[in-house]
Write a protein that binds this ligand. Structure first.
Ligand SMILES: Nc1nc2c([nH]c(=O)n2[C@H]2C[C@H](O)[C@@H](COP(=O)(O)OP(=O)(O)OP(=O)(O)O)O2)c(=O)[nH]1
Ligand SMILES: [Mg+2]
Length: 133
């Protein structure tokens, strides 16, 4: 089965990161994730992220570098999750196309019911933070 390319934004503000809660009824219903979405035809990951974050949370971001890539199988679906370090450049988040959002401190990340594919990303993010602290 092909792996679908999905982008995820790690929007950092000091020691906090912006998590979004997926809508009920959708895949991974009500799980928390790093917001983003599927790549569309002709779009770069950076363009995809800027579009998705505007659609889902109504904020503007600057996409910096790739942080990690995770290939994950949900059994019926395979995703290649591309996680980028990002910074909010404008706007105040509002849950436009997600159920909820929350700025979460890195040491509280694992208290959230994260989508399975996000666990390695969360763990790496927490590790890097310790390293630089
Ligand atoms: N954006 C995003 N998707 C994730 C994460 N973790 C994770 O398992 N996924 C899965 C959930 C979905 O099965 C898949 C695609 O994400 P999506 O539903 O956000 O795609 P999209 O925004 O383009 O929405 P749609 O047009 O398909 O409705 O990736 C994550 O951290 N961020
Ligand atoms: Mg999405």
């Amino acid at each position: 089965m092909l792996y679908t390319a999905v982008t995820a934004a790690l929007i950092l503000d000091n020691d906090r990161v912006l998590l979004a809660q997926r809508k009920s009824g959708a895949q991974q219903s009500l799980k928390w994730e790093f917001p983003g979405g599927k790549l569309e035809a002709g779009e770069t990951p950076e363009e995809c992220l800027a579009r998705e974050i505007k659609e889902e949370l109504d904020i503007d971001i600057q996409v910096k570098e790739i942080f990690t890539a995770v290939a994950h199988s949900y059994g019926d679906r395979n995703i290649l999750l591309l996680a980028y370090l990002c910074r909010r450049t404008g706007g105040t988040p509002s849950p436009r196309d997600c159920n909820d959002f929350q700025w979460v401190s890195l040491n509280s990340l694992l208290k959230y019911d994260l989508a399975e594919a996000d666990l390695p990303i969360a763990i790496k993010l927490m590790g890097e933070r310790c390293h630089h602290a």
